[in-house]
Design a protein around this ligand. Structure first.
Ligand SMILES: [Zn+2]
Ligand SMILES: [Zn+2]
Length: 374
């Protein structure tokens, strides 16, 4: 494996980030690379992203390895020579690194590794909030490639390079969005008795929503509700007629998801009603929880050990979310955290993928293939 070539590719991708479903140049680069090694490809499942297929031996066993390829809508302040050339777009989640790692895996599998079966290399678009994984599945990914197991990694700045962690069961949370609108008549600030004071209703809703997780769910059921945006009013002497509250809810079980969705709705409606105001709640179910399967998780930890990494089972899941969850709903598999620290946290403007993690990522995937398709 030519590690310097992979580092150069990673830095090129970092300088040329593309947002979800717009990864055209990234897709072109991946396609050219795979074709260089005579790897069969298909663009069947999405306009961007690409799937490579390598078969060896006689077994009909098939496994899938996935890398996400998209960037984030934020300014890159990583301050390296390979800083983003595009204002407002940054590879601040390290998907440039994930792409380079899977390309390294492709090269090794094509040239140097013996295995018996088929490896499907899934370069997936639009992980950041746009559910590219779901789109690929809806367009027949697993009908064309009925993988018996699937694997993915995410670089993890909280772990040092050379460490690998994962866990059986939930590893990342379901991530939902709620948008609340409150409407009243509004009026003069000095005549509140002639209005429905929706500013007051908004304040009560913000406070009450923060009690929902602690009072609606079992104390051992992890969940988070965070309000991230409030919009209301335009002047010191006017009671506004509309207010908006936006936030996110994170949890692990479908039962908790249903409970939080219905309690958020009830709290908003009852508080609005008590002020004589009207309200509307739009609760959007985005990504399900990422649930690892037992066999594939244990195999992932062993593959980490075979790669010479320090491995451990994570004590807690993360409350962040991930659309590999849609793939794990369809196929058994595992998702692991690959140590990439020290570096800035994910989604931080100064984040830059740590190139030292590339060889560990490649080695882990190769050992997964070795274990699955011996
Ligand atoms: Zn991200
Ligand atoms: Zn990510």
């Amino acid at each position: 494996m030519n590690i310097n070539e992979l580092i150069n590719i990673r830095r090129h991708l970092h300088a040329n980030p593309e947002l979800g479903y717009n990864e055209f140049k990234t897709t072109e680069l991946i396609t050219e690379y795979l074709l260089k090694y005579d790897i069969q490809i298909t663009h069947e499942f999405c306009e961007t992203g690409v799937v490579g297929v390598i078969s060896k031996g006689t077994s009909d066993r098939m496994i899938g390895l996935r890398a996400d390829i998209d960037a984030l809508p934020m300014q890159d302040r990583s301050n390296n020579p390979w800083v983003s050339l595009y204002p407002g777009i940054a590879h601040a989640c390290g998907h440039d690194g994930h792409t380079a790692i899977l390309l390294g895996v492709a090269q090794e599998l094509a040239l140097n590794c013996e295995f018996d079966g088929t490896v499907v290399l899934i370069f997936q678009p639009a992980e950041e909030g746009l559910a590219g994984a779901r789109r690929m599945i809806e367009n027949g990914l697993f009908e064309m490639f009925p993988c018996s197991s699937i694997y993915a990694l995410h670089n993890w700045p909280e772990l040092k390079v050379g460490e690998l962690m994962t866990r059986t069961g939930p590893i990342m949370a379901a991530g939902d969005i709620f948008e609340i609108e409150i409407c009243g008549s509004g009026g003069h600030a000095a005549q509140p008795h002639l209005t429905q004071d929706i500013t007051l209703a908004m304040g009560e809703i913000v406070v009450m929503l923060n009690t929902v997780t602690s009072r609606a769910l079992h104390p051992c059921e992890p969940a988070v509700i965070t309000i991230t945006q409030v919009e209301c009013g335009s002047s010191h002497n006017m009671i506004p007629s509309t207010a908006r509250i936006i936030g996110t809810a994170r949890m692990f079980s479908p039962k908790a998801q249903d409970m939080l969705a219905s309690r958020i709705h009830d709290v908003v409606m009852k508080i609005a009603e008590s002020h004589g105001a009207k309200a509307h709640v739009n609760y959007i179910r985005c990504y399900p929880a990422t649930i690892n399967h037992i066999r594939e998780t244990l195999l992932s930890i062993d593959a980490g050990k075979m790669s010479g990494m320090r491995t451990a089972e994570a004590g807690y899941p993360a409350l962040t979310s991930e659309d590999f969850s849609f793939m794990l709903e369809k196929r058994p598999g595992a998702y692991v955290w690959l140590g990439s620290g020290p570096c800035a946290p994910l989604h931080h403007p100064e984040f830059d993928f740590n190139d030292d993690a590339i060889e560990h990522g490649v080695s882990w995937f190769l050992n997964v293939v070795k274990s699955e398709l011996a």
